[in-house]
Structures are given as structure tokens and as C-alpha cells.
Ligand binder design. Structure first.
Ligand SMILES: *Cc1c(COP(=O)(O)O)cnc(C)c1O
Length: 230
């Protein structure tokens, strides 16, 4: 029997309600159904109890960024029926096997080598391709020019099921700055007939929903500021 902290549950509940209201308003503006948008609760740096409290409140999708951190806390989370664990951080191909074991979805596939190694791990995985739309040199992600070729590679991987595209726009105070990136990702997904779009975080998920997001990755708005990096 898994117990969750009542205190954590009561801290997260009003935050979740606020997130839900923001989502509802964005869906209304975009004439979309609330059911078309999945909240991915980003629990990186937070302990296992936070994952359990969020699950208790009905959240089922959890995003994590750091392999080692999640590997350490995974046993403490316990078995949560229907929970979907999604890797949303940068994945080095030498961590493919462990990532494939720990996660149900990898949202950040960005090159052929990583795709092949995830495939070789032998477990069926849902994947998203992370697209690089800004021109920051350091950002990971496949460029729009290379996207077709990566889609083809993933198509040839028997264990990978391609779900859609993911983007992390350059960080900005102004939530509207992300909108053109979201619109561009929508266009690319439509062009390649991919059904899902993972885009939008705590400060800009309304714009993402208005531009077609099916998965919004929300950390701070649900759990507060992260104080440590794993
Ligand atoms: C940390 C993180 C998030 C959550 O960001 P918040 O601003 O806390 O909502 C979403 N997506 C990715 C890829 C992240 O690394």
C-alpha cells in the first residue's frame, strides 16, 4: 500500500487547480477539447513523495530530466498503476539502455545513433523527436532540415513508436516569445503527419495549447521553484 503525504497533497492541489483553469481558458480560446491536452508533471529534483502526491491528485504523466536522479528515486515511487514516465532531458546515447528500462517514453530523441541504441535496448518505447528551432549553438535537437532523415531512421527501428515532436524554445521572460516556435513545430508535425506535440512549460503553456500542443510539461507551476539540480 502506497501512502502519500497529506501535506504535500494539500500543497499541490490548489496549484493543480490553477493550472487546470489556465488550460481550460487556453482550450476555450483555441476551440479545443480539454481532453486533447495531457499534463506532463515535471518532477525532476523533487523526491518520490511528490510524484506520489501528484499521482494521488490524478496526474499520470511524469517528466524527468536526469537518469541518475530518477534511477535513485524510482524504487521509492513504488508501482503506480497507469503512471507514464517520460524522459525529457538530454540523453547521451551511452545511457540508452538504462533510459529504456526506466522510462515509457523518451521525448528527446535527436539523432540516428541515439535512436538506434534505444531500439537495440529491446524494449518497445514511445518516442518524440526533439527539434531545434532556435539558433543557439549549444541546444540539442534535430534541425528541421535533418528531420525527414531522422524520421526515416526511427521508422526503421522496430522497437520505437514515433509519436510526435518536442521543442524547448529559448528561455524568455515574455511568454509570447515562444509562440512562433510552437507554431513552427505544429507546421513540421503536420507536414510529417505526426499526431503529438510536446511543447509549453509553466510560463508559456497557454500559447503552446493555442498553437496545438498535445502535451504540456509543467513543473514550477505545480510544485514550486526547484532549489537543487540533481
Ligand atoms: C524542467 C523542464 C520543464 C518544466 O519547466 P517549468 O518551467 O518548471 O514548468 C519542462 N520541459 C523541460 C524539457 C524541462 O527541462
Amino acid at each position: 500500500m502506497i501512502v502519500q503525504s497529506e501535506e504535500l497533497v494539500s500543497q499541490i492541489r490548489p496549484r493543480l487547480e490553477e493550472v487546470e483553469e489556465r488550460i481550460a481558458r487556453a482550450c476555450a480560446r483555441a476551440h479545443r477539447n480539454r481532453q486533447e491536452v495531457t499534463v506532463v508533471a515535471v518532477t525532476k529534483t523533487f523526491p518520490a513523495e511528490v510524484v506520489r502526491a501528484a499521482y494521488h491528485l490524478g496526474l499520470r504523466h511524469f517528466g524527468e530530466n536526469y537518469i541518475q536522479e530518477f534511477q535513485a528515486k524510482r524504487p521509492e515511487i513504488g508501482e503506480l498503476e497507469g503512471a507514464v514516465f517520460r524522459f525529457i532531458g538530454h540523453l547521451q546515447s551511452n545511457k540508452s539502455a538504462i533510459a529504456s528500462k526506466l522510462f515509457d517514453v523518451v521525448e528527446t530523441v535527436d539523432d540516428a545513433k541515439l535512436a538506434r541504441r534505444l531500439d537495440a535496448a529491446g524494449k518497445v518505447l514511445d518516442v518524440f523527436l526533439e527539434v531545434k528551432l532556435g539558433d543557439e549553438e549549444t541546444k540539442s535537437g534535430v534541425t528541421p532540415d535533418e528531420l525527414s532523415s531522422l524520421i526515416e531512421t526511427v521508422g526503421g527501428c522496430r522497437n520505437l513508436r514515433l509519436q510526435g515532436l518536442m521543442v524547448i524554445p529559448p528561455w524568455s521572460e515574455d511568454r509570447e516569445t515562444s509562440r512562433p516556435y510552437f507554431a513552427k513545430l505544429y507546421e513540421l508535425a503536420a507536414k510529417h503527419s505526426l499526431p503529438h506535440l510536446s511543447m509549453g512549460m509553466s510560463n508559456d503553456f497557454e500559447a503552446a495549447i493555442e498553437e496545438g500542443a498535445t502535451h504540456v510539461r509543467v513543473g514550477t507551476a505545480l510544485f514550486g521553484r526547484r532549489t537543487k539540480k540533481a
